[in-house]
Design a protein around this ligand. Structure first.
Ligand code: GLU
Ligand code: ZN
Length: 471
């Protein structure tokens, strides 16, 4: 039996989680669950300037809200931890020493200005800018001179010349670059701070991560990370690069711009299962057309159906899944979801009735508010277009409806049959004036449950208002 896989999500707490991040997390989670594997959470918080504890907390809360709980990570430490990079400094030091010991690095004393001049010269000569190799072969005396001048070196990785780095991208298929195209790169800054892709690759290896799905923006890091892990004698994960998620404006969703952040969606009343159903189809063609319960989503995830084309955020689609999610809430969950939008004065019985009435017709909790008045309050005067429909039906129609109500009670099928017999009206000609008179609106939840939810006296009163006068 193959050993179970380990995937991970590795957020940098430099902003709020946006939908692109959420999709990356979801796909990694589903990939692990589909194969009985582990999903690990690693916090990439070495970027001290921009990192923030509040962003981290909000991202962890977003993950939990989405139902993407981790087997190991913050709050669930194990022998492969700690799971915050800020607590892994010692491990990075150890591995820098090992890397230096293999001879695959060298100290680079070039200043930022020198590097910039070199870069411009290469660009001017029509060459792609790459580290020129100035410090590659410094001897001990030259190094000592730099040290004596107080220069603090970065640590550079010596990219082996004349080789090809190849890997099979889980999403994009076979990839290959020549090491001639990769300049020697910095793995530790002059101030001792490790660079992102060193920690990132090392931690994946040390944490036993076997599969990494991440944004396409990291594709160019991968060959360098493979070289690093090779030099350290560590097994790399399989990498898959997901196409970017673009906003409606065509620009990449950015957590710093705050657009479509998971927190915003939650605050607007979106349900987590709606968000995951939406994300499950975003650049992934493996899911069936209809609703997939969160517990069944891993079974619907097919890595070989993740596409390479950029996906666009589409709020209409998201709202479609939201409707599906609201319909599926059980009564207690529905009430809890509606509660923030409802007046405190509304009693438990009313809340239950309201939920049962509107559950197929609301996208957000506030959409239920007008129905509080319809069910438990007074109807405002009808707008002109609706008033005309009622006038056309005429008082006789409503007198017939009143009589039918007395005869049948609030059972829609029986009531409709009775009204039809008395008036000869059917279909929209029958139901529309009834709906408008009873709810003050031309659309909304099914009429049947509405009849049951409205007190009989209210039903009578609302029909009677239109039953006076002459035909
Ligand atoms: N911390 C990185 C990011 O947020 C993760 C990159 C990766 O998944 O390898 O972009
Ligand atoms: Zn140098």
């Amino acid at each position: 039996m193959p050993s179970p896989i380990t995937t991970r999500y590795a957020p940098s707490p430099t902003g709020r989680m946006h939908l692109g991040n959420a999709r990356t997390a979801l796909f990694n989670y589903l990939l692990a669950k589909a194969q009985g594997g582990r999903f690990v959470l690693r916090v990439e918080d070495t970027d001290l300037e921009r990192g923030s504890e509040a962003f981290l907390e909000s991202q962890l809360a977003d993950l939990r809200w989405l139902g993407l709980d981790w087997e190991a990570g913050p709050g669930k430490e194990d022998e492969r931890g700690p799971y915050r990079q800020s607590a892994r400094g010692g491990l990075y030091e150890d591995h820098y020493r090992r890397l230096v010991g293999t001879g695959s690095t060298y100290p680079c004393y070039c200043s930022a200005t020198e590097l910039e001049v070199s870069r411009r010269t290469q660009l001017a000569a029509g060459q792609p800018p790459r580290y020129a190799g100035t410090c590659r072969e410094l001897n001990a005396i030259e190094r000592a001179r730099h040290e004596a001048a107080g220069r603090r070196p970065t640590l550079r990785f010596r990219v082996p010349p004349g080789r090809r780095v190849a890997f099979d991208d889980l999403v994009r298929g076979p990839q290959e670059v020549s090491t001639e195209e990769i300049g020697d790169f910095v793995v530790r800054r002059a101030d001792g701070v490790p660079v992102f892709f060193f920690c990132n690759a090392l931690d994946d290896a040390l944490m036993g991560v076997t599969h990494v799905l991440r944004g396409e923006d990291h594709l160019t890091n991968t060959p360098r990370q493979l070289l690093l892990l090779e030099a350290l004698g560590l097994a790399p994960p399989a990498y898959g690069h997901l196409p970017m998620l673009l906003g409606a404006d065509g620009a990449p969703l950015s957590k710093r711009r705050g657009s479509a952040s998971v927190g915003d969606l939650r605050a607007a009343g979106y349900l987590p299962a709606a968000v995951t159903n939406y994300l499950l189809r975003l650049g992934h063609a493996g899911a069936p057309d209809d609703w997939v319960d969160p517990a069944a989503q891993s079974g619907a995830f097919r890595l070989d159906r993740v596409g390479r084309a950029p996906a666009h955020f589409d709020e209409v689609q998201l709202q479609h899944w939201q409707r599906e999610a609201v319909k599926r809430l059980d009564p207690a969950a529905l009430e809890a979801w509606l509660a923030p939008a409802l007046p405190d004065s509304l009693g438990a019985r009313e809340r239950g009735l309201l939920g049962a009435t509107v559950s197929h017709n609301v996208v957000f909790p506030c959409d239920a508010l007008p129905w509080v008045e319809v069910l438990f309050g007074e109807l405002p005067p009808l707008p002109d277009d609706l008033a005309q429909v009622v006038e056309r039906a005429g008082p006789g129609f409503f007198r017939a409806a009143l009589a039918a109500l007395e005869a049948t009670g609030p059972d829609l099928a029986a009531l409709a049959r009775e009204v039809r017999q008395r008036t000869g009206r059917k279909g929209a000609e029958l139901f529309m004036p009834l709906r408008i008179a009873l709810t003050g609106r031309g659309d909304g939840p099914e009429l049947g449950p509405l009849l049951g939810a409205l007190p009989p006296s209210t039903l009578r009163h609302r029909l009677a208002v239109h039953a006076g006068g002459r035909d």
